[in-house]
Structure formats: C-alpha cells, structure tokens
Design a protein around this ligand. Structure first.
Ligand code: FAD
Length: 658
C-alpha cells in the first residue's frame, strides 16, 4: 500500500476510504470525479495509506473520510492498520488540532455496532482535537444508503467552498438539470477494441481461471479451492414459502480446513441465458465470443477494472466478472439516462436518479431489486456503449454460506444450507429469475436430486421433492445439462463467530430459518466431543420458522440431538397459531429470561445470533436489553451498557445477512 504523502501535489482536499465490498470506494471515486466540476483538485486513498497518524498534520488541506464497517463493526481490510494506529492511547490530545475533516459512515442497523468503524474514527479524531467542517453522517443500508449519502454529498460542496475559498462569491447550491438535482454523469474513459479472433458463437463459454483471481476477492481466508457437490437434500416440505436445500461438499485439498461457525464464499457465474439476453438487447450477441481489448483513452483518468483479465471474451466478462444483477445505483442510472434517446424515457431516468426522485428510486428500483436488464427492457431507447458498462458495472462477488457441519464428523466434506431466492415477474421486474448463486446452486441440486432419487428408487417423487423441483425451475433455463463439475470456494474470514475455546462454556443460540445452519455444526461438534468422553457446556437453541409442518429445517436431526449435546431446544412457529404472541425466537427467549440472564451474566455464557430475517437481530437485541433490565432490576441505560459489554467481550456474537 502506497504512502499517500508521496502522491500528493496541491490537492484542495484529500479523500480517504475504508471499503470492504466497494461501496465506500465507489462513493470516494465519485467524489473525485465530481470535485473537478467544482474546480477542486483531489485524490482518493485507502485509509491504510496513512502510515502514521502524525502524517495528517503535514496536510494543509481538509480531509474527507468515507468508510463502511464489516462484521460486528470491524474496520474493512483496507482500513484496519489505520484503525489500529488511530486508537493508540499514546497519541497526544492535540495531535490533530490543525486538521479539518468530515466523515461519511456506511453501515446497517441490522448489525449490533451500526457504523462502528466510522464512529470510532470520528470519536478518535475529536479526541485528538481535529474539527469537522461538515457534519459527519451515518448511512443505513437497512433503509437505503442513498437517503443519507445523497444529502451529505450535496451539502459537502458548499461546505468545502466556504472552507477552502471563503472569499469567493461563487455559491454552490445544486447541480440542476431543469429543476432536478441529479448526480453528474460518470465519465467514460475506456476505449474498446476487438481482437479478430473467435466469432459470434452464442452459446459456449470459454474456460476461465476462477481459482486465481487477478485481485483477491473480499474477505478471503486461504486460497480458493475446487470442491465437488456430492449430495443434495431438501430441507423444506411441501407448501413452504421458500425452498430450503442442503448441499454436501467434498474436497481433497489438504490446505482446506474449517471449524464450526466458518462460512465459505462460493464463486458463481451469472445465468448464461440472462447474459445472452443482455447481450442481445445491447445488440452485441454476435460479438459474444470475441476477445475484448480495453485501454484508457489518452488523458482520461479512469481505470480498466482491476479484476478483469487482459484477454477475456465479452460473454465471459459478463458471465464471470461483472455483477449484471446488482441493483443499479443512482450514478449508474444517470449514466443510462445519458444514453437514452427518447425524451420521456430520459426524463424518467433522470427523475429516478435525482434527489427529488429519492422515494421513487427506493420504491421502483431498490425495493424490487431491479437489474440492468430490467431497466434496458423497460427503457427501450437506452443504449449505453459497452465501454461505459465495462467501466461502471460492479464486480461479481462470491456469496457466503455458513458451514452446517463439524470437521469432527468429517474433515473431507462439509454441508451448507440455503433458501432458493426467487424473484417473480412483477414490481417492474421484466423477467422471472432465481438468485444468482442460489439459482445456480439449485440447478446443480436438481441434477443431484434426480440422481439421488433414481439411486434410491424414488423416480415417482414424493410431494416434497416434486414441489422443490418445480421451485428450482425457471422457464427457459437450461438445467439438466449442468454437469456435476467442480465449483470454486474459499473460506471466508471469520469475525469471531466460533465456539468458545472453553468447551464447558454454556452457549445460547438463536437461529431462525437457515440461520440454524452454523448451529447444526456447533451442536455436531460438541456432540462428537461428548461421545469421546469430554465434558461439554450447556447448549440452548432457539429456532424459528413459519409453519412446523412446512419449514422446520433439520427437525429430525435436532430432535435426535436434544437431550444429548443439545441441552434445551425451543422451536417457535410464527404462523401456526394466529392468537399467540410468542411468534419469534426473541419471544421464546424472553419466556426464559431468568435462565438466559443467568447463563450470560453468572456463568460466563455466550449468545449467538444467526440468520437473514430483516430486523431480527435488532429485535433480539431489544428483547435482550429488556430481559437484562427486568431480571437484574437496572435502568434501560444500564441494561444497554451490560449488553454492549457482552459484545465487547465477544460473548454476544452475530452472523447476519439481509
Ligand atoms: P442475489 O441474486 O444476490 O439476490 C439477493 C438480493 O435480492 C438481496 O439483495 C436481497 O435483499 C434481494 N431479494 C431477495 N429476494 C427478493 C425479492 N423477492 N424481492 C426483492 N428483492 C429480493 N444464505 C443462506 O441461505 N444460508 C446461509 O447459511 C447463509 N450464510 C451467510 C453467511 C454470511 C456471513 C453472509 C454474509 C451471507 C449468508 N447468506 C446465507 C446469504 C447468501 O450469501 C446470499 O446473499 C443469498 O443466498 C442470496 O444469494 P443469491 O446470489 O442467490 O441472490
């Protein structure tokens, strides 16, 4: 990582970002692009480019920090060194008295420590006497980052103007396009040429080396390894709202080790049919098999995407490297508007990306998770040049799945469970589809299920199997042609979501839906230890789902484990009894509040929360605070502090996703 000081010229301000999945980086880069329009000179660096906190005193200009948080409020990988340095106690309280800064934190209120990385950095900057020139803001992915980000950016420019050019009469208000405040159009600095090889083969994809990505994937822990899917099992039953599957993964690489609580990241491609449809809409299908040659236009500032191999065909670029499904951001919609010829369509796109159109953007784009193809099918006169897409589409990133088995059961295979994500053709979505990764995995599961059922003589499938098979089918998708070849996975960096080292420590687990997965691994693990004669701590499990008869995942296994390693098991069903007020895991936990508080505060126990339910993690925390308040007879504030202490001691751990 380069030292930012060596790269400075006469910047008006300097931007630093801490970015795990690219959001903060892309905001920082967007600021660099727009700054020029306001006549500011700036550069963006990773936070880790600050080699010494004292280097900030050498700056004569203000700084802007944009940072996300990962896991339970940890810093992103490219901000971790700075995070450690700025938290050092030996820094003098006046170290940064000359520094002016502002900060934008990105976070998700579903997690315990919302925007923790940004908040800690902000607090430390204040402790070290730095002062803000524009109020820090905290954007929440649970409600839509853009709601806060847009306003913060809009007010950043006048704040910089006042600070940097106080005598200027220039007043920056909005960048208007008629009466709308729209982001500036992202520059297109790539030049595209085609090599004369290949041809227009519309169906086949060339071999791509996914094992050796040019730049590391996020949260990588160990090398990507090839594995084989060996078995599929349906966990949900007939009539379940979501089809849940379990896959068994076999591997031979000695280097691949895992522990209960670990997750794997699966490297998956986009669906071939969707890529072809997108290329067709862009009138590029005939060039799909040709190799791209990208360069940066002379004098332009952009970069060729660092993750894209130098020689790649157009189809492979869209299949393996670009996220063609991700919900377009406002700046991307601005880019599409630039290339839309029909006036009504252009106005609509401009409205959607404008500040005034924020609620329309939330309702029509974000809520429905529209894809690029949805927009291109809706706005028929939009024809963005390929270079623009290649420069501004985000990278396709691997998807995470919690391992649901213990290496003590087998160290050559593991299992994981997932819900097949389905998107119906409604709410502006122009085509029916499955989730990128779960759709791809479900194609493979279908092949394995067919094979398994033939082997077991179940060709006349049971209703569960039939229902699951039909849920795994999208009209027009190739399916059974998918062979059971290798897939590439890697172990995801684990943010402390592991069993306690002390095997006697009692634990409480809350895992609704597929959130149960890592806990199956936990219980299996201690069950193995118990069978070996070790004395293990209590394990209490709270599992929740809609209907007992439809989506009680791992019912048989859990019942078999109950009374053994699994000391207490509390399932709860939200839809079976409309009268009941005990619907969710947190309600069940509240019923046992005395035991829960005793485990956590008198026995040094651990609380684990895992799952995807929106707001679930927040609701669990609120109920836990209520339980502490009531059982320990303390004020709400004191209860919050006690719960926060559990988090700090890494005894309140979450693995949640939305
Ligand atoms: P994508 O194509 O990425 O689509 C998912 C996106 O669509 C999400 O943004 C979602 O909010 C949105 N969406 C979903 N349904 C709809 C809808 N009907 N309408 C509008 N928008 C919608 N998942 C599991 O199933 N099991 C696990 O054990 C598991 N463990 C995880 C562990 C970690 C640490 C993390 C971070 C995630 C985990 N996940 C798990 C989630 C998983 O990684 C994927 O996000 C999920 O499977 C969807 O991937 P996909 O590619 O199929 O969907």
């Amino acid at each position: 990582m380069k030292d930012f000081l060596k790269d400075l010229e006469d910047e008006s301000f300097v931007i630093f970002y801490g970015s795990q999945l690219g959001q903060a980086k892309s905001i920082a880069e967007g600021l660099v692009d727009v700054a020029e329009e306001y006549d500011f000179k700036t550069k963006a660096f990773e936070l880790n480019a600050i080699k010494d906190v004292n280097d900030l005193t050498k700056l004569t200009c203000p700084i802007v920090i944009v940072t996300s948080s990962t896991g339970d409020g940890e810093p992103p990988e490219n901000a971790d060194k700075f995070w450690r340095k700025i938290r050092k106690k030996n820094l003098s309280a006046t170290t940064l008295q000359s520094l002016k800064y502002t900060l934008l934190g990105l976070g998700d209120t579903n997690y315990n420590n919302f925007c923790n990385c940004g908040k800690v950095i902000n607090r430390r900057l204040q402790d070290l006497s730095a002062s803000t020139f524009h109020p820090p803001a905290w954007a929440d992915d649970a409600t839509g980052l853009e709601l806060v980000v847009d306003e913060w950016i809009e007010n950043l420019w006048p704040a910089l103007e006042t600070l940097i050019r106080p005598d200027s009469n220039q007043s920056i208000t909005t960048m208007s396009k008629t009466t709308l405040t729209v982001p500036s159009c992202p520059a297109v600095s790539l030049k595209l040429e085609w090599t004369e090889d290949g041809g227009g083969d519309a169906t086949c994809a060339s071999k791509v080396d996914l094992r050796n990505p040019l730049t590391p994937y996020p949260l990588i822990d160990g090398d990507p390894v090839p594995v084989k899917l060996t078995k599929a099992r349906i966990l949900s039953r007939f009539g379940a709202l979501k089809t849940a599957l379990e896959l068994t993964v076999g591997f031979t690489e000695e280097s691949f080790k895992f522990e209960p609580g670990d997750a794997i990241n699966i490297i998956c491609p986009n669906p071939v049919n969707e890529v072809n449809r997108l290329l067709e809409r862009l009138q590029l299908l005939t060039k799909a098999g040709r190799t791209l040659q990208l360069s940066v236009k002379q004098g332009a500032k952009g970069k060729i995407p660092v993750f894209l191999p130098a020689t790649v065909t157009l189809r492979d670029a869209f299949l393996y490297y670009f996220d063609i499904r991700s919900c377009p951001k406002k700046t991307f919609i601005r880019l599409l508007a630039e290339h839309t010829s029909e006036e009504n369509e252009k106005s609509k796109l401009l409205e959607l990306c404008s500040r005034q159109g924020s609620s329309a953007f939330e309702e029509t784009i974000r809520f429905a998770s529209l894809s690029l193809l949805d927009l291109l099918l809706t706005f028929q006169s939009c024809m963005p040049p390929l270079e623009a897409l290649l420069e501004h589409l985000p990278r396709l990133v691997p998807r995470a799945y919690s391992i649901s088995s213990s290496p003590l059961s087998s160290d050559k295979e593991f299992t994981f469970a997932f819900n097949v994500v389905t998107f119906s053709k409604e709410n502006g979505r122009q085509y029916e589809r499955l989730g990128v990764c779960t759709g791809w995995l479900s194609q493979r599961s279908r092949v394995l299920l067919n094979k398994n059922s033939k082997e077991l003589g179940l060709e006349n499938a049971s209703s569960d199997l039939e229902a699951a098979m039909s849920a795994l089918t999208i009209d027009g998708e190739e399916s059974d042609s998918v062979s059971n070849e290798e897939i590439i996975v890697y172990r995801r960096k684990n943010q402390n979501f592991r069993l306690p080292e002390d095997i006697k420590a009692p634990i409480i687990m809350l895992g609704p839906g597929t959130g149960i997965a890592p806990f199956i691994g936990f219980i299996q693990h201690r069950d193995n230890l118990k069978k070996k004669g070790d004395s293990i701590g209590e394990m209490c499990l709270y599992f929740g789902c809609r209907y007992k008869a439809k989506d009680f995942l791992y019912e048989d296994e859990l019942k078999a484990l109950e009374g053994g390693a699994l000391t207490k098991f509390y399932p709860v069903f939200s839809r079976d009894d409309p009268q009941t007020t005990v619907k969710y895991v947190q309600h069940r936990m509240e019923e046992n509040k005395k035991a829960v508080i005793d485990t956590l505060f008198n026995q040094g126990g651990y609380l684990y929360v895992c799952g995807d339910a929106k707001n679930m993690a927040k609701d669990v925390r609120d109920v836990l605070i209520k339980c502490v308040q009531s059982v320990k007879e303390v004020t709400e504030g004191e209860a919050k502090t006690l719960v926060a202490e559990l988090s700090t001691q890494k005894r309140y751990l979450q693995d949640i996703w939305s």
